[in-house]
Design a protein around this ligand. Structure first.
Ligand code: SF4
Length: 346
């Protein structure tokens, strides 16, 4: 039973997938048989909760049947998410699964986290004598939410390529690794027609909800910003943040300092970020206010094109003619304004 309970709590594990594969009825039965009605309801509930609360939610797992239903609901939720066919929705769902897993993982012993780390190919060192954990810096950079102060590399010591982390930190890294894995998996799958037919009313309901959310965001005026005049680099970073990608600190810094330089105030910048599936106002406000100089003595200027290239945040395949003349994203923005005004005969 303990084993089954673990599989139900972590349905993304290889063992859980193996269990579903071995014990699952045919797809037809899973989707149509009244016996699996509750699993289907939970599948939809996972998506509803992820969208509303950024967590797929807790259900009772006290009996074997509860655990089995929970396990089967996971692939159902994923298949529906694919059919909703909207990046924001899929990112939000992936976040809901990952956050839920994190809340369970922080209650688990170290050996369990180490076992899961292996499934995500995380380079973790465990010093049994002191119970210390450390992660290889490449994995740290890939998954650490470095947009938060406590996760910045500068606040962490590196020893022979490894960074010391707590058990809770490891759970957080697994959260990000899981989120990224689910994002990739959902993006690579196609909608199954049977799923679309059976869950069509829920799929349409989710699509409408995303549309309403988007309309609300678009209706909110964003100061003097003209998105179509942004240079390709800033557009890329903005889209990545809004769709919930784990944008490195330098990318966020470049965008916020750029928006601040074109005189967008803190609330307008927050409005742009607020459509991200993992948006947290308090933490984002802290960063934005710091970079824009409202809570620090320095107002930072955005990096120039050379520096952007060095940090790998200039999308070299998307640079256009204006990029070739400008040496700074701000020069690009000004040149684009002039060019468009000339075109419009102003
Ligand atoms: S060349 Fe400069 S302005 Fe153009 S995308 Fe790259 S960093 Fe941005």
């Amino acid at each position: 039973m303990t084993e089954l309970l673990t599989l139900a709590k972590y349905p993304f594990l290889n063992d859980s997938k193996g269990y579903v594969k071995e014990n699952s009825p045919s797809v037809e039965e899973l989707l149509k048989d009244p016996l699996y009605e509750r699993a289907r309801v939970i599948g939809v509930e996972r998506l509803d909760n992820a969208f509303k609360y950024r967590d797929v939610g807790n259900r009772s797992l006290s009996t074997e049947s509860d655990c089995i239903r929970e396990l089967f609901s996971y692939p159902i939720a994923r298949m529906i998410a694919v059919c909703v066919d909207d990046t924001y929705f899929k990112r939000r769902y992936a976040l809901g699964e990952a956050v839920h897993a994190y809340k369970n993982l922080i209650k688990e012993p170290a050996f369990f986290l180490l076992k899961i780390s292996k499934e995500f190919n995380l380079g973790i060192q465990h010093f049994k004598d002191t119970n210390r954990l450390s992660v290889h810096f490449t994995d740290y950079l890939r998954y650490a939410p470095t947009r938060y102060k406590e996760w910045k590399m500068i606040n962490r010591g590196v020893h022979k390529g490894y960074i010391s982390i707590s058990q809770k930190d490891l759970a957080r890294l697994i959260q990000e690794a899981l989120r990224s894995r689910i994002n990739n998996e959902l993006d690579s799958r196609k909608c199954n027609n049977i799923i679309y037919k059976i869950f069509s009313s829920d799929i349409k309901r989710f699509q409408n909800r995303v549309m309403m959310h988007r309309k609300k965001m678009e209706a909110a005026p964003i100061g003097k910003l003209s998105i179509d005049k942004l240079p390709p680099c800033m557009k890329e970073i903005l889209v990545a943040i809004q769709s919930g990608e784990n944008v490195p600190h330098m990318g966020r810094f470049a965008l916020v300092s750029f928006l601040n330089s074109i005189k967008l105030n803190v609330n307008d910048i927050l409005k742009l970020f607020s459509s991200a599936p993992d948006y947290e106002e308090e933490k984002t406000r802290y960063q934005v206010e710091h970079i824009s100089g409202s809570t620090s003595s320095t107002s930072y200027t955005p990096p120039g094109c050379d520096k952007m290239r060095t940090y790998g945040i200039c999308p070299v395949d998307k640079v256009d003619d204006l990029c070739k003349k400008a040496h700074h994203p701000l020069s690009y923005y000004k040149a684009k304004w002039k060019k468009d005004m000339k075109k419009e005969g102003k």
